[in-house]
Write a protein that binds this ligand. Structure first.
Ligand code: ZN
Ligand code: ZN
Length: 338
C-alpha cells in the first residue's frame, strides 16, 4: 500500500447495520435495509431484503429475486465477475468466492489501497459454482466459520461414497439427507451425479425453487422429483433431500424407515450429529476449513487480516504469529448454519 494511502479503518467501518464503505457510501451484506448495499451471496444472513439499491452478481440477484420477489431491492444492479463499478471514489469488483452459485468476494480500491471482503468462501472445487480466485490485497477481511485447527474437511467424494455405500447396504430404507436449500442441496445432487448415481432424487418442497433456478442458470443436476403423490413404498431405497429442520420433525414420519443423514461441515462434531439424531453424518461444507483459511491468508499477501463471522480468535492468533496485523471485527447477525 503506498505511504499516502488512507488507513483502511478510516474508510471501511463497522456500523450497527454492518460493514460500511464510507467514501463509496454503501454497506456490505447489511443487517438492515440501507440506501445502498453490495451483497456477497444469496444466503439469508448476507442477502437481506428491503435495501433501496443492490449491487451483486447476476446469480446472487436471481437468487434474491426468487427468495424475496419485489422486496429483493428497489433497484437491482448486476455486476459480472471481473467487471468494475465506480461507487463514489471507490472501485468495486466482484470475484468468485467458490461458496454457492453467484457468490463473490468484494474487491474495493480506494486511493491506492485494496481491501478484499471474502464473504463466505471455500477453496475446494464445487461443480455448482465458479472456483475461488485468490486476490492480492492490502487488507483481507475473511470469514472464520470453521476457524479452529480441529476443522479439517475430508474430500467430498469420500462423503458421497459413504452415502452410496449405505444405500447399497440398506436397500429397504429411505435415505433422508438434511441439506441447506441454497448451495448444499444442489452441490449434493451434483456430487451424486459425478459419482455415477443416475436415479431420480426426491426433494422436499422447500428445495425445489432454488434447484430449478440452478438448472435454469446452467447447472445440470440430473432427475429430481417432488414428493407430492409419491407412495411410501416407492421411497424405499431412495434418496430424499430436505432442509435440516425437516429431518427431525413429523414430516419425516411419512418416509419408510428413514435413515437420517446430514451434509454439513458441523457433522465433524460428533455431539452435534448426535443431538440432531443424525445416523449418517456427511462432512460436506461450503465454508473453508482451517487449512483453507490459513492457506488463503498466506496466499493473498495482505499486510492486515480482519476476521469475522465465526471463530475469530484462533485465526487472529495464527495471523499475528505469522507477522500479519490481525484483528477480530465485531460484526453481528451472521449465523453459523446457513
Ligand atoms: Zn453463506
Ligand atoms: Zn455466512
Amino acid at each position: 500500500m503506498p505511504l499516502t494511502s488512507p488507513r483502511p479503518e478510516s474508510w471501511i467501518k463497522t456500523t450497527s447495520a454492518g460493514l460500511y464503505c464510507e467514501p463509496g457510501d454503501f454497506h456490505i451484506d447489511p443487517l438492515l435495509p440501507v440506501p445502498r448495499a453490495v451483497i456477497t451471496h444469496g444466503h439469508g444472513d448476507h442477502a437481506r431484503p428491503g435495501s433501496a439499491q443492490v449491487l451483486a452478481t447476476p446469480g446472487t440477484i436471481a437468487i434474491m429475486q426468487q427468495r424475496y420477489g419485489e422486496a429483493a431491492g428497489g433497484s437491482l444492479q448486476p455486476l459480472a465477475y471481473g467487471e468494475t463499478a465506480a461507487e463514489g471514489d471507490v472501485m468495486v469488483r466482484l470475484v468468485p468466492a467458490g461458496h454457492v452459485l453467484g457468490s463473490a468476494q468484494i474487491v474495493l480500491e480506494y486511493h491506492g489501497s485494496r481491501v478484499v471482503v471474502s464473504g463466505d468462501y471455500k477453496r475446494r472445487p464445487d461443480p455448482t459454482c465458479e472456483p475461488f480466485e485468490p486476490c492480492n490485497c492490502d487488507v483481507l477481511i475473511t470469514e472464520a466459520t470453521f476457524g479452529l485447527p480441529v476443522f479439517r474437511h475430508p474430500p467430498d467424494s469420500q462423503e458421497i461414497d459413504k452415502l452410496l455405500h449405505s444405500l447399497a447396504l440398506f436397500p429397504e430404507r429411505c435415505h433422508l439427507v438434511g441439506v441447506y436449500a441454497l448451495g448444499k442441496c444442489q452441490r449434493v445432487l451434483a456430487l451424486l451425479r459425478r459419482a455415477g448415481y443416475e436415479e431420480p432424487v426426491y426433494l422436499h418442497g422447500a428445495l425445489i425453487g432454488l434447484t430449478e433456478l440452478y438448472e435454469s442458470l446452467g447447472v445440470p443436476l440430473g432427475p429430481v422429483l417432488p414428493l407430492t403423490g409419491v407412495t411410501r413404498d416407492a421411497l424405499k431405497g431412495r434418496i430424499v433431500l430436505a432442509p435440516p429442520g425437516a429431518t427431525a420433525d413429523r414430516w419425516s414420519r411419512r418416509l419408510p424407515d428413514p435413515l437420517i443423514a446430514m451434509a454439513s461441515g458441523w457433522m465433524r462434531v460428533r455431539q452435534r450429529a448426535k443431538a440432531r439424531g443424525v445416523e449418517l453424518p456427511l462432512v460436506i461444507s461450503d465454508h473453508a476449513d482451517w487449512d483453507e483459511l490459513t492457506a488463503t491468508i498466506d496466499e493473498v499477501a495482505a499486510e492486515e487480516i480482519w476476521v469475522t463471522h465465526g471463530r475469530e480468535e484462533a485465526l487472529v492468533h495464527y495471523a499475528t504469529q505469522k507477522g500479519y496485523r490481525a484483528r477480530a471485527l465485531a460484526l453481528t447477525g451472521f449465523e453459523e448454519d446457513e
